[in-house]
Design a protein around this ligand. Structure first.
Ligand code: PLP
Length: 383
């Protein structure tokens, strides 16, 4: 078996698909320390620059003083502490939804929600570019798993019209994590209504950024008892964990049936306290979002006349499509040598290789200008 794994690893390496980790020797930020070097960071999902914010640090430290470190048990036993409860309530209020439930991560939330709501005899309709955790959740649910081409509403309607399943759920990313574009949520909700389905919205990349911080439902002005909403806390919120919000009956059902919320130790109370502090900043600080929009515009304008194929994205996820995994890796390595860290994203994470640039409200104009200068200098080698 070891020889087989070693051969598999060698094959990945030959195809430029071997993945490696780097050790970051300090906090997240627009500059990070790696191997004693300070690198300009354009690959984190810390879109609002909150991961190392003093107010989150202080909220987490105070929670450690009050509640200690470990939660001690699962939520249903004795691990559900005051910061967890406050976070769920604050989140539901911010979204304008009746109730919310916390999970240890977005991955766990997707697995828990989909498998609790669907089973054999049900059907789930999923966009082809959905996040891996949603795909895993759909498979694990044993529902009939039907995927439609990216944002193809006609294809989805065809599947819904032919479906005879008892319970139907449409599952999408609100902002596609590797392309940065948006799902057409109003049209998806209209289809859910026409065909009596639920609409599950994974807003990992929209919450905190879109809709004045309240995420994609607010961005599109949507509200419906058919909506079930997921925000993750590891991206714009700057921490870790996830929250699901929706009708009270859905949340109570999940509390009783979502296995990834039940058979796992509650997150550290300090994690919930930090997220609660982040929600206050997200609700009140519009300046961060306008700063982020300015950096997005700067990057897009700066590359407009170049030969780089920038995807049409209005979000902090700004991918440059490349011809091959080798080319993506070479460009990422050339930037790395210039002190700039951008992730090369390759199959099987995405169908086609790309450089995934992510921007943050914490980036300065000069930092984005440095990235632009390096990209334009490397353009000849790539085209
Ligand atoms: C990151 C991400 C997740 C997983 O969230 P974690 O909290 O990191 O586990 C789920 N869905 C989407 C679309 C994501 O981008």
């Amino acid at each position: 078996m070891l020889a087989e794994l070693e051969a598999g690893l060698a094959e990945l390496s030959e195809q430029y698909l071997l993945r490696q980790r780097r050790v970051v020797q300090g906090p997240q930020g627009t500059r990070v320390q790696v191997d004693g070097r300070s690198l300009l960071n354009f690959c984190s999902n810390d879109y609002l620059g909150l991961a190392n914010d003093a107010r989150l640090r202080s909220a987490a430290s105070m929670a450690i003083v009050h509640y200690g470190v470990g939660s001690g048990a699962s939520h249903l036993v004795c691990g559900h502490q005051l910061p967890h409860e406050q976070l769920e309530a604050r989140f539901a209020a911010l979204l304008g939804l009746p109730a919310a439930l916390g999970f240890g991560s977005g991955y766990m939330a997707n697995l828990g929600v989909i498998t609790a709501l669907l089973g054999r005899g049900d059907a789930v309709f999923a966009d082809k570019l959905n996040h891996a955790s949603l795909n895993d959740a759909c498979l694990l649910s044993r529902a009939d798993f039907q995927r439609f081409a990216h944002n193809d509403l006609a294809a989805l309607e065809g599947l819904l019209a032919r479906c005879t399943a008892r319970r139907k759920l449409i599952a999408v990313d609100a902002v596609y994590s590797m392309d940065g574009d948006l799902a057409p949520l109003p049209a998806l909700l209209a289809l859910a209504e026409r065909y009596d389905a639920w609409l599950y919205v994974d807003d990992a990349h929209g919450f905190g950024v879109l809709g004045e911080g309240r995420g994609s439902l607010a961005h599109w002005g949507l509200s419906s008892p058919r909506l079930i909403y997921l925000a993750t806390l590891g991206k714009a919120v700057g921490g870790a964990g996830a929250l699901v919000a929706g009708p009270q009956a859905v949340i109570s059902w999940l509390q009783n049936k979502a296995r990834t919320a039940i058979y796992t130790t509650a997150a550290l109370p300090a994690q919930a306290a930090a997220a609660l502090a982040a929600l206050e900043i997200i609700a009140s600080d519009a300046g961060r979002r306008s700063q982020l929009q300015a950096r997005i515009a700067q990057l897009r304008t700066g590359l407009a006349a170049s030969s780089y194929r920038l995807l049409d994205s209005p979000t902090p996820i700004q991918p440059i499509l490349l011809d091959s995994s080798a080319q993506a890796l070479q460009l990422a390595q050339a930037l790395w040598q210039r002190g700039i860290w951008v992730a090369a994203i390759r199959p099987p994470t995405v169908p086609s290789a790309r450089l995934r640039i992510t921007l943050s409200a914490a980036h300065s104009e000069a930092e984005v200008a440095s990235l632009l200068a390096a990209l334009l200098e490397l353009e000849r080698d790539i085209a």
